[in-house]
Design a protein around this ligand. Structure first.
Ligand code: MLT
Length: 407
């Protein structure tokens, strides 16, 4: 009989957002007349920018013509998109990235989940807590997280981010090999300044550790001194891999396009303590297991960086940030303690009367028909917190707030 991957079978429950969808579907089945307002999963609602639609339409036409048809895309992305990423997201910020360090993919979720295939099963992992569950679950599936008990994995190093430390994680108090950081942070919506991020880069250089930096929400940063890329911090190119995405920047959640930077200076060691390039390992992994992003989608992503595309995407980001401001300010006025929502499309709030995040989830669902995400779903330090997203329409966000405040 086939022997299964036991650590995978020990994962608790289902993936957070699948779990929430199940509860919401059960509620809807019992209450078919109740209209729900979804401020739960961070899925976008606004249409693609016209510049993106035009570029994709043109690409579709090219695919229908034998002279301009494209078959398999290059495994790591077309040069036109890689060059646009480098020019707009790195060179413009003084960061030097070469084309063979850019890997275009179908999502930051898949890349940040798959990247752990490069590490030995003994490596020790640190995550901020609360955390985007993909980093934890993907390492747990590979047997690196130990035993799950009382909401915590025995072998993970948790770095709490709560109101008590102003959402700035302490450095690990022991040696860790990999640190996952996501900034602007999902789920708390908070950020780190250059000075707050630098100690992590220094730690990684000193300990020979690797940082996986998820910058999927960088387009929402408004505040000066908050880096959009970890490579703005000196030394980071020797110790960090960065995952970025068009999902939230340009409304690509249903289109699928992202990219990960694996600098040539980042190394690990093999069993004989011989240095191995992580860039080369990732290239090997991707070319074996991934067949690239379609020409049509990559032309759409390229258009995000065109003058019109930039303006149009910024307008949509501003729209979502207006929602974030509304959520923050209305909840604050009503006496809630709220965080985030300034440089990120997520608002993180303390639940009223210290009830659990799941109890608050049930309360909002039953009394206001608003769907949010309980803090506990993101880790033990999320207990007593709740996340609302700014990705719905302004009207729906207004309606949701009116209903929440009327409870
Ligand atoms: C979230 O709600 O945390 C995000 O939508 C998840 C994701 O981007 O995969």
């Amino acid at each position: 009989m086939l022997k299964i991957n036991t650590p995978m079978s020990k994962l608790p429950g289902s993936y957070l957002f699948a779990d929430i969808a199940k509860r919401v579907n059960e509620f809807s089945a019992k209450n078919p007349d109740k209209k729900l307002i979804r401020l739960g999963i961070g899925d976008v609602t606004q249409p693609l920018a016209p510049a993106v639609v035009n570029a994709m339409t043109k690409a579709v036409q090219e695919m229908g013509n034998k002279n301009t048809f494209h078959g398999y895309p290059p495994a790591f992305g077309y040069d036109f998109l890689i060059n646009a990423i480098i020019a707009n997201d790195y060179k413009s910020r003084g960061v030097d990235i070469s084309p063979d360090e850019v890997f275009v993919s179908d999502g930051a979720k898949s890349d940040s989940g798959n990247i752990q295939e490069l590490f030995s099963s003994e490596e020790r992992i640190a995550v901020t807590d609360p955390v985007y569950p993909v980093y934890v679950d993907s390492n747990a599936m590979a047997g690196r997280a130990g035993v799950y008990s009382n909401g915590m994995w025995g072998q993970l190093c948790y770095l709490p981010v709560t109101a008590e430390n102003d959402f700035v994680p302490e450095l690990p108090d022991r040696h860790v090999d990999v640190i996952y950081l996501c900034y602007p942070n999902n789920p708390t919506g908070t950020t780190l300044t250059n000075d707050q991020l630098k100690p992590f880069v220094d730690y990684a250089i000193k300990h020979g550790s690797l940082i996986i930096y998820d910058a999927a929400y960088k387009a929402f940063i408004n505040t000066p001194n908050v880096p959009r890329s970890i490579y703005e911090i000196e030394g980071a190119k020797s110790c960090a891999i960065e995952c970025c995405s068009f999902s939230k920047t340009a409304g690509f959640t249903g289109v699928r396009c992202a990219y990960t930077i694996v600098p040539k200076e980042v190394f690990g060691v093999d069993d004989n303590i011989k240095k191995v390039s992580l860039r080369d390992l990732w290239a090997r992994r991707q070319s074996t297991k991934f067949n690239g992003v379609s020409y049509i989608v990559q032309r759409g992503a390229e258009a995000v960086f065109s003058p019109d595309g930039k303006k149009q995407c910024q307008t949509t980001i501003n729209y979502y940030m207006k929602n974030a401001t509304l959520i923050r300010e209305e909840l604050k006025k009503a006496g809630y303690t709220v965080f985030g929502g300034v440089d990120a499309p997520y608002v993180w709030l303390k639940t009223p009367n210290n009830i659990s995040g799941w109890d608050f989830f049930d309360l909002l669902l039953k009394k206001a028909q608003v769907v949010g995400t309980p803090g506990e779903g993101f880790g033990p330090s999320g207990a007593g917190y709740f996340r609302l997203t700014a990705f719905n329409t302004y009207e729906a966000t207004q309606e949701a707030l009116a209903k929440i405040l009327a409870i």
